[in-house]
Ligand binder design. Structure first.
Ligand code: DAH
Length: 339
């Protein structure tokens, strides 16, 4: 009897079925009431009592193996069937639509690349800030009217938790941690409490640059600005500096470039003047250096800040600021070739 069981076990382990009908025939052959295993079970009655335990064990094993093998074959048919039903492996793949960079990201990258070529590296800071980093450290005295230059969003009525109104806050963050030489470019989003219109938004983007070292002069600032303007717009671009005021720089200036739309002849865009304003800049106020633990008798520096939207408007003549945040795919597609 044991020989018979072993012979059947070998058969079962090697059994194959090409389709469901063949498999059903195998099931009937081995597992049905009149099948081979049932017949063995019948014969089991005649096995000598002292062998029943051993033979019974093998018999059960045979039954289990047969059932498992049949289930296995059945599952393989079922899998093949679902694959055939649901997936056409010969079909060509759907094309994956590539996205494009947002125009503001493109311009941000270009600005950072230009300053990167002058040795500046990127620094970033938090958008939720405190009064020290956005105002006090930058020489905005408490209750100084200069704080009204930028309408601030405060968080939970706490005057010490606010959304940064400019990326100049990153200057302080870096200078507090690092001694000169410092040469950083800080891109980021800023927030101001302003009514949204085609020319103003409650959030926008800025890039701040800061250079602090021994003997940094206004001439260095001018040279960096001229290089930037020519690289960003065209080699023919001219710059001019007008005296201005910022609490954190002394002296301060605003920079105009020759209008890149009319080439300086005068057009509606530059209101007939031939010049457009693009950024603020100046020599870092010694108070700011001292606030951050840098010796203003040893070191000097320049800083500049510009709006990325403003530069993008000039470069691509986008007339409505709101376009940048509406995510209208027809607008964004127009920048595909610039990517
Ligand atoms: N933080 C100024 C603003 O948001 C921009 C600015 C002006 C930054 C002059 C500077 C600077 O670093 O020197 O309007």
């Amino acid at each position: 009897m044991l020989d018979k069981i072993n012979a059947l076990l070998q058969e079962v382990e090697q059994m194959k079925a090409a389709n469901a009908e063949e498999l059903e025939a195998l099931r009937i052959k081995y597992l049905s009431k009149k099948g081979e295993i049932a017949a063995l079970m019948n014969d089991f009655r005649n096995v000598a009592a002292d062998q029943k335990r051993e033979v019974g064990k093998h018999l059960n094993q045979l039954k289990e193996t047969t059932q498992n093998r049949i289930n296995e074959l059945k599952a393989s048919f079922e899998n093949v069937q679902t694959i055939n039903d649901d997936i056409d492996l010969t079909r060509t793949a759907y094309p994956i639509e590539l996205g494009t960079r947002h125009p503001l990201s493109l311009v941000k990258k270009e600005i950072c690349d230009i300053f990167g070529r002058l040795g500046f590296s990127i620094a970033e800071g938090p958008e939720i800030e405190d009064d020290w980093h956005v105002f006090s450290s930058l020489n905005f005295a408490e209750d100084h009217p200069a704080r009204d230059m930028q309408d601030t969003f405060f968080i939970q009525h706490n005057p010490d938790v606010l959304l940064r109104t400019h990326t100049s806050s990153v200057q302080t963050r870096v200078m507090e941690k690092q001694q000169p030489p410092i040469r950083i470019i800080c891109p980021g989003r800023v927030y101001r409490n302003e009514a949204i219109s085609y020319r103003a938004h409650c959030f926008f983007h800025q890039v701040e640059a800061l250079y602090v070292d021994k003997n940094v002069s206004f001439a260095d600032l001018k040279q960096a600005l001229l290089f930037f303007a020519k690289e960003m717009f065209s080699p023919e671009t001219k710059i001019r500096l007008r005296p201005s005021y910022f609490p954190f720089t002394e002296p301060s200036a605003e920079m105009d470039i020759s209008c890149n739309i009319c080439g300086g002849k005068g057009c509606p865009f530059c209101k007939g003047t031939g010049w457009v304003e693009i950024l603020g800049c100046g020599m870092v106020d010694p108070n700011v250096l001292e606030n951050c633990g840098i010796d203003s008798k040893v070191y000097s520096g320049y800083a500049l800040g510009m709006g990325i939207e403003r530069i993008t408007n000039l470069k691509y003549q986008v007339k409505d600021l709101r376009m940048f945040s509406e995510n209208d795919i027809r607008f964004l597609r127009q920048f595909e070739s610039a990517n």
